[in-house]
Ligand binder design. Sequence first.
Ligand code: NDP
Length: 481
Amino acid sequence: MKRVLNFIGGELRPPSAGGYLPDVDPATGEEIARVADSDASDVDAAVAAASRAFPAWRKTAAEERSRLLMRLADLVEENFDELALLESQDSGKPVALARRLDVPRAIRNFRFFATAILHAETRCHPMDGEALNYTLRQPVGVAGLISPWNLPLYLLTWKIAPAVAAGNCCVAKPSELTPLTADRLAELVREAEIPPGVVNVVHGRGAAAGRALTSHPGVPLISFTGGTKTGADVMAAAGPLFKKVSLELGGKNPNIVFADADLEAAVATSISSSFANQGEICLCGSRIFVERTIYDEFLDRFVEKTKNLRVGDPRDPATEVGALISEAHLRKVAGYLDLAKEEGGRILCGGRRPPELPGRLAGGAFLEPAVVVGLECSGRVMQEEIFGPVVTVTPFDSPDEAVAYANGSRYGLSASVWTRDLAKAHRVAAAIDCGTVWVNTWLLRDLRVPFGGMKESGVGREGGFDSLDFFTEAKNVCIKL
Ligand code: NDP
C-alpha cells in the first residue's frame, strides 16, 4: 500500500515516530494509502529546513522566483488528469468537478502570484523637503500553512503560491483526510527545481502536527483555512507568540432571491451553490431566502432539479454529487436532518442514502441532496454550519426582512443576491455583513479581489495584493533630506 511521506528539505521522509494513519476513499470506504502521522519533531525538522532555505530564497530575484513558480504551474498542468483523479478518489468529489474547479484553480494560483510579484509597487510619503519615507515589503520568514479537506489542492496552492512568491519559505500541513494531491505536488516542487526547503509538507493530525506548527516559535506567520472552532484553537496557540494570522473559517451563507430575479438562472445557480462538492464548500449558500410572491414557484422548480441531480460514482464523468468526505461526516450531516424534523421542518426531498449504487460503492458515504422548509431562522439547523448537501428555503416579505435574516447569523463569509433591480442590488449588498456578495451569480472568483470573512467566518483578507501584503512585513524607511 502506498505510504504518504513528509517532504522536508527537498526529500521524502518517513515520520520520526514511525506511525501512519489510514487514508480512505470515501466513495468505497476502502483504505487507499497510509499517511504519515507526524508529530512535533517532524514539524521541527521541517521548520529547520525552511529556516535554512530562507536567507537564500529571500534574496532570489523576483524574476527567478516567478520563473520557478511558472514551471511548477506547467508541471501541475502536465499532470492534470492524474491530479484530478487523485483529488476525486481522496475526497469523494466528482472527477468532473476536480477537472473543472480544483486543478485549474491550482494552476491559476501559481500563475497569478508568479506574475503578480513582477508588478509589485511600493508607497512613498515625501515630507515637504524635510524627509522621504518609503515602504519596503519584506518576506516574513517561515510560513505555516494549514488547509482543509474540501478543496485540498485548490486551497493548499492558494497559500503556497503567495507565500513562496513573496520570498517566504513554508511548512504546509494538509488535512490528513486528503493528503494525496499535496504529496504529488511535493514531487512536482522537486521536479520544478525549487530549492530544497522552500516548500515543505508535513502530514498528520491537526491536534499533533497542526498544533505543533501553530505553536512553533520559529514560524512567525500562520495562514489557516478550516472550521471556526479550529480557528479559535489556532488563534489561541498563535496569539501569545504574536504571530501574523489569517483565518478563513466557516460559513452559513444566505442566498436571497427577489421576485424580480431571472428565475431560471436563480434556480440553476442555486442548485450549484447549494450542492456543488456535496455542499462541502465554505461558500455554499446553505440558507435560501425567497420573496414570498415567487416562493412556491421557486420551490417547485428547485426541488424538481434537486431530485434530478446525479448522485453516484465520483469517477463517472456524468456524476454531479459524489461521496461526502467520510462516514463520520455523513452521520453528522444526517443528524442535522433528524434535528430539522425535531425543529418542525419538512424534508421535501433527499436525505437518504441513494438506493441503487453499484456494489463497489456499497460502503461509500453517499447522501441524496436534501431540501428543508418550515424552519425558524433562529433554530440550530439554520444557525450551524452543516457542510453537506442540505439546504433550507424560507420565504421573506421585504428587502429589510431578507437582510435581517441574512445577518441573523454568527457567520459572515459570503452571500448571493438575485434581482434585476440594480439599485436594490447595491442597497442589499451594502447592508449584508459578509466578506463577499455575489449579485446574480455565485463563486465567480477574480483572484485580485479581497477574500475573507466577517464575524466568525474569519480574520483578515487574502487575494491579490492582500495576500502579498499578508505574506510580507511593511517596513518604513525615513531618509532625512
Ligand atoms: P478543520 O478545522 O477540522 O481542519 C482544517 C485543518 O486544520 C486540517 O488540516 C486539520 O487537520 C487542521 N487542524 C485541526 N485541528 C488543529 C489544531 N488544533 N491546530 C492546528 N491545525 C489543526 O476543518 P475541516 O478540514 O473539517 O474543513 C471544513 C471547514 O473548513 C468548514 O468549516 C469550512 O467552512 C471551512 N472552510 C473555509 C473556507 C474559507 O475560505 N473560509 C474554505 C474551505 C473550507 P486534521 O484534518 O488532521 O484535523
